[in-house]
Design a protein around this ligand. Structure first.
Ligand code: BGC
Length: 756
């Protein structure tokens, strides 16, 4: 289709009409010009195609599809190939169901464990988020199906999500919240980006030309179109000008009329409308022209793929030699989730699953497996009879496995959690079972961290997250060692909610939500504060052991325009085959800006047989060393030493090398009479010129402190004077000087050093 030609034949009304949905899920047709509407559907971890009607809660039906593991789980795989495979499978399902765009992935940063929608988001770390999103997008789009990277921007809570303003400073936006989108947009080119409901620094995301156009297109080269989150458009004309091409679902013509009126009144340039329509049709044609009308997919095969994926995502948090379980042992499965697992979250991502497998069903009535319900997942009321039954079952068995987690009502799209605990009835059950059965394992089904007051009382903890429909089979695979666990936490589990950096201001005041913790999100904060955590970012155990050695860097000194290659050997030192996620963090040793101790800048997942060694390689460019400098509005590397840290988790660093990175960019500096000596000292040439000013101030302070004591004392006094003068402005030479420094003299020095 010649899109430009078609647009030139459209009426103003037809063009405005194309910029909003026909209904909840479809865009419009223009039959006389052979323009076809397409279907968009949620997303992200499965297809929620609502054949008739539409709703936000996922309660009215949708066609049967595979519920893959949610983002909370897949991020923990740290496995690019795996996520791409899942994306490819989703693309096939979309082709078969005639859905042109799947609404995902979601890359909003996990600012707090309380966000009700964390299960739909990937990580607290922008690099991990954007890498995983990149592969998801590439996978789906390889099937000529579009994705919608969402929710742009800073939609990190559900509470008042349609009215609150995320108040974030520029550096934090760049380094954390924008960065989660940036890599995926640049590397995977999503067909669409979905703008979020909330405001960012006082402006609705849907009305922000800065984010939707200047940064997204101008800086990152986005070439698809922006779709609104469902109902995120306030002022339709402003949103169109800012860059929202498609409003969803449909304002039933009300907003289309506004567009028409604005063009007629001359307050909206028709070219902006034409451009939006062109973007929409160009993307839709990619799908329409590559549609596979006879496509089908094998549900059973996809179900098995979901099983394989989840088994590579689960995180073995703790294992005091209890796992893997022995197949013939008497084992008590305890907890309702063993029979009816929680495997997905509530809201728009709710999938009508093809088939749901529980751990209990997977064991097919094996005589050595007993079951006790333990608690009722619907309500948080301890049922004495159920607890007693569970305790008895645990006593009789060799091992107790408790399936615990968050019930649906505890976390969902649309609202946030009010605390970080499991239901109290489950905490009590775990304590009472562990009191009679030392060999107790807890399996967790939750979309976001929980506090674990019983962590010391049990021998094993397996974090399954919200694992999708194959959850039972995959859990059994890992519990009994058919699959060796290899997931790593994509987020920190704090000891208690109060430790979380956003704790004091997470919900904000009315509609103002200040992100006062700045760049210190997740491990960036816990590390810098030296806080103990329950389980750190990147943590995850295996049934085998790994060792790292022979760390090499391609150069000890590089320029910020160079690429550094880092190589390390990883050896499986245990007895079973397994996979290890090698994590690379970079830390700036000394910096004039406040920076985290270290940040994730690379990861690779490697499969190793017992005794096998593989060499893992990483490449680091400027971004790995840079921070966002708001004076030059660009990424900047300060010349100095950087630690390259290789570890099994953010708190288990096994090897380290230090490299020097030299900046090729000189920051513009203008010295004034109010510049500090300390800042000038960093510039030896300038300091040499300012030496008379320094001497004059120091002289006065020395005079004030006559050198009465012994030599040692004199040294101390001199040091104290120096420390004090260092942080004084140059004009101190006038305020405190001996009179030899005049304004004229000082200005002539400044002129000289500023001219260089
Ligand atoms: C959600 C989006 C979703 C859309 C369509 C919105 O409420 O925030 O993530 O894609 O509904 O269901």
């Amino acid at each position: 289709m010649d899109v430009k030609k078609v647009i030139s034949q459209m009426t103003l009304e037809e063009k405005a009409g194309l910029c909003s949905g026909r209904n909840f899920w479809f865009t419009k047709d223009v039959e006389r010009l052979n323009v076809q509407g397409i279907m968009l559907s949620d997303g992200p971890h499965g297809l929620r195609k609502q054949a008739a009607g539409g709703d936000h809660l996922g309660v009215s039906g949708s066609v049967e599809a595979i519920c893959f593991p949610t983002a909370s789980a897949i991020a923990a795989s740290f496995d690019r190939d795996l996520i791409r495979e899942m994306g490819t499978a989703l693309g096939d399902e979309c082709q078969a169901e005639e859905v042109g765009i799947i609404l995902g992935p979601g890359v909003n940063i996990k600012r707090s464990p309380l966000c009700g929608r964390n299960f739909e988001f990937l990580s607290e770390d922008p690099y991990l988020s954007t890498e995983m999103a990149t592969e998801y997008i590439k996978g789906v789009q390889s099937k000529n199906i579009g994705t919608s990277l969402k929710h742009f921007l800073a939609n990190n809570q559900e509470h008042r999500r349609m009215s609150s303003s995320s108040e974030i400073d520029e550096r934090t936006l760049r380094e954390i919240y924008l960065a989660a989108f940036e890599g995926a947009v640049v590397k995977a080119k999503p067909w669409t980006v979905m703008c979020s409901y909330n405001k960012v620094n006082g402006i609705f995301a849907s009305e922000s030309p800065r984010y939707l156009t200047d940064i997204l297109r101008g800086e990152w080269g986005f070439d698809g179109y922006v779709v609104s989150d469902w109902g995120a458009v306030g002022d339709r004309v402003e949103a169109l000008k800012a860059g929202v091409a498609l409003e969803m679902p449909s304002s039933r013509g009300i907003n289309d009329k506004r567009i028409v009126e604005a063009v007629k009144k001359g307050t909206l340039d028709e070219k902006i409308l034409d451009q939006a329509v062109e973007r929409i049709l160009t993307v839709h044609n990619r799908y329409i022209e590559n549609k596979k009308p006879d496509a089908t997919y094998d549900k059973e095969q996809h179900h098995q793929l979901a099983r394989k994926i989840l088994s590579e995502c689960m995180v073995l948090l703790k294992n005091d030699g209890i796992l893997p379980l022995k197949k013939g042992d008497d084992i008590a499965f305890i907890g309702e989730f063993a029979e009816k697992p929680r495997f997905q979250g509530g809201g728009s991502s709710h999938i009508n699953s093809y088939k749901i497998t529980s751990a209990l069903k997977t064991m097919k009535g094996a005589p050595n497996i007993t079951y006790a319900k333990g608690y009722d997942a619907e309500e948080d009321i301890a049922d004495e009879a159920l607890i007693k039954e569970a305790v008895e079952a645990a006593k009789r068995a060799k091992v107790a496995v408790i399936f615990a987690g968050l019930p649906d009502i505890f976390e969902s799209e649309g609202y946030d959690r009010s605390h970080m605990s499991l239901p109290e009835c489950q905490n009590r059950l775990i304590r009472e079972v562990a009191a009679v059965q030392p060999d107790t394992v807890v399996v967790l089904h939750n979309g976001s961290p929980v506090e674990m007051p019983w962590v010391q009382d049990v021998k094993g903890i397996l974090e399954v997250y919200l694992g999708g429909e194959s959850v039972g089979e995959a859990t059994v695979d890992v519990l009994f060692g058919d699959v060796n666990p290899s997931g790593k936490l994509a987020e920190t589990f704090p000891l208690r909610l109060e430790d979380n950096p956003s704790y004091l201001f997470y919900f904000g005041e009315k509609d103002i939500v200040e992100y006062r913790e700045g760049i210190f999100v997740g491990y960036r904060y816990y590390d810098k504060k030296k806080l103990d955590v329950l389980f750190p970012f990147g943590h995850g155990l295996s049934y085998t052991t790994f060792d790292y050695s022979n760390l090499k860097v391609s150069a000890d000194v590089i320029k910020d325009t160079d690429i550094l290659t880092v190589k390390v050997d990883v050896t499986n030192t245990g007895k079973s085959a397994g996979k290890e996620v090698v994590q690379l963090y970079v830390g700036d040793r000394e910096s004039s800006v406040i920076r985290p101790l270290k940040e994730l800048k690379g990861f690779e997942k490697v499969a190793l047989n017992p005794g096998e060694t593989k060499r893992v390689s990483f490449t680091l460019g400027k971004r790995a060393f840079a921070y966002y400098n708001t004076e030059i509005n660009d990424w900047h590397v300060e010349t100095g030493e950087f630690d390259i840290l290789i570890g099994k988790s953010s708190r288990d660093i096994l090897c380290k090398k230090t490299v020097v990175v030299e900046s090729t960019v000189e920051l513009p500096v203008v010295y004034t009479i109010n510049s500090n000596f300390a800042d000038i000292m960093a510039d030896p040439e300038a300091m040499a010129a300012c030496q008379p000013l320094w001497d004059s101030v120091v002289a006065l302070f020395k005079e004030e402190n006559p050198q009465a004591g012994d030599a040692a004392e004199q040294v101390i006094v001199e040091k104290m004077v120096e420390n004090m003068v260092k942080v004084m402005p140059l004009r101190a030479a006038i305020n405190f000087g001996d009179g030899s420094i005049t304004y004229e003299r000082m200005n002539s020095i400044l002129e000289k050093i500023n001219k260089r």
